[in-house]
Design a protein around this ligand. Structure first.
Ligand code: PLP
Length: 419
């Protein structure tokens, strides 16, 4: 099969990027565990260093197993190219720093993954870079934050654990009117539920650790370039010219790869790319179950007297319901939800009473997972900041797994019954 783009997503997720003829007929890509690649002649290595071939040189730069995953993820996301990296945070750091210089600003939705928040608000600040944090669903606030120094707008498809769903098409439109690219962390949605590049976003970043690998066995991230942003025409990116000259529409990805990825050494271990590809084979099947289970669990939690509130875009009363319905079609609303018990003491008792659901810091695994973010990931944040980010002591985050929904419900019910 050479042209796979006309096939359904659940078919493409299995077959995209697979070229058994190049692998002696093997149905899985080989794990190329080699730090460097031998070149037959001095001319060949020189040409590769000069960018005239895409042959491999050294594992920190590129690797054949990683390249299969890169092609697969770019194709599945509607992108023109991708670079896989050692973690989602490596992809976020590199993907943003490729656009930033000291003195620059960018705008980000306030509802951010915890490490992303620290990177943006605390770490980048030390290098003279300013993030302007706004409500991701408030287009007027985003517009008001744009200045001459702004270099991009950054959003998460589904906030974690805020569960808010910004309108990506409208934000992309606003960004482009101002000569800005839109970067989207699509980790909580996965390309099954949402493909931001198709909605107008310019760059997609994912932690492949979560739904893409799906088994809690690999760590990785990816930066995917849509290849359609006009870096020369924007007027805001004079420093992009050498990359535009070299790679044209893939100037941004070339810059991120050449400047950040190679020199920071954020290489994906090929074993992790391999494991991610094994996981990807079942992405569509798993997501179908994650989304159906999460919808049923959210609806059921609303009816539980010990549960004070439930935050999930699939509930009709949720503030993000309309945008999510429009953006995700009839596929569903994500596999992660947040709910509240009376207080922290009740949250701890609930977590300590669970028998099947795992208590750990991850999401998007096949297994159902809970965490109390206030006392764990956000423990070092000030009280004031936790309040601002709506990380309250009564909040539990649940990543709904693919087990039989009756069994998930039964475990949650017996733990609620101890309160
Ligand atoms: C987990 C996560 C990340 C970071 O990914 P790692 O692979 O853990 O580095 C980034 N964004 C979101 C939304 C996440 O859930």
């Amino acid at each position: 099969m050479s042209n796979k783009s006309s096939l359904h997503f659940s078919t493409r997720v299995v077959h995209e990027g697979m070229t058994p003829a190049e692998w002696q007929g093997a149905t899985l890509p080989p794990i190329c565990q080699s730090a460097a690649h031998r070149h037959e002649t001095a001319e060949s290595l020189s040409q590769t260093f000069g960018g005239k071939t895409t042959d491999h040189i050294y594992m920190r730069l590129t690797n054949p197993t990683n390249r299969v995953l890169e092609k697969k993820l770019a194709a599945l996301s509607g992108g023109a190219g991708a670079v896989v990296m050692s973690s989602g945070m490596a992809a976020i750091s590199n993907g943003c720093l490729g656009l930033l210089r000291a003195g620059d600003e960018f705008i980000s939705g306030r509802s951010l993954f915890m490490s992303t928040y620290i990177l943006f608000a605390n770490v980048f600040k030390k290098y003279g870079i300013t993030v302007r944090l706004v409500d991701p669903c408030d287009l007027a606030a985003i517009e008001a934050a744009i200045t001459e120094r702004t270099r991009f707008i950054y959003l998460e498809t589904i906030g974690n654990p805020g569960m808010d769903v910004p309108d990506l098409a409208a934000t992309a439109n606003l960004a482009h009117l101002n000569g800005l690219p839109l970067l989207v962390d699509n980790t909580l949605a996965s390309p099954y539920l949402c493909r931001p590049l198709e909605l107008g976003a310019d760059v997609v970043i994912e932690s492949t650790t979560k739904y893409l690998s799906g088994h809690g066995d690999a760590c990785g991230g990816v930066v995917i370039d849509g290849g359609h942003f006009d870096w020369a025409g924007s007027g805001r990116f004079p420093d992009f010219q050498p990359f535009i000259d070299r790679k044209g529409p893939l100037a941004y990805l070339d810059k991120v790869w050449r400047e950040q990825h190679i020199n920071f050494g954020t290489t994906q271990a090929p074993l992790h790319s391999y494991l991610t590809m094994l996981g990807l084979d079942t992405l569509a099947l798993r997501m179908e179950r994650h989304l159906a289970n999460a919808q049923e669990i959210a609806t059921w939690l609303v009816s539980q007297p010990k549960v004070k509130w439930v935050n999930y875009a699939g509930l009709p009363a949720n503030p993000s319901h309309a945008t999510a319905s429009h953006q995700f079609g009839d596929l569903g609303y994500g596999g992660v939800l947040a709910f509240g018990l009376a207080d922290q003491e009740q949250c701890f008792r609930f977590i300590n009473s669970l028998k099947m659901v795992y208590h750990l810091a991850n999401l998007g695994d096949c297994k159902s997972l809970v965490i109390h973010p206030y006392s764990s990931q956000y423990l070092s944040f000030t009280e004031e900041l936790r309040a601002q980010l709506a990380i309250t002591p009564d909040l539990i985050r649940l990543s709904v797994g693919i087990e039989a929904v009756e069994d998930i419900k039964a475990d949650l019910a017996q733990a609620l019954a101890t309160l």
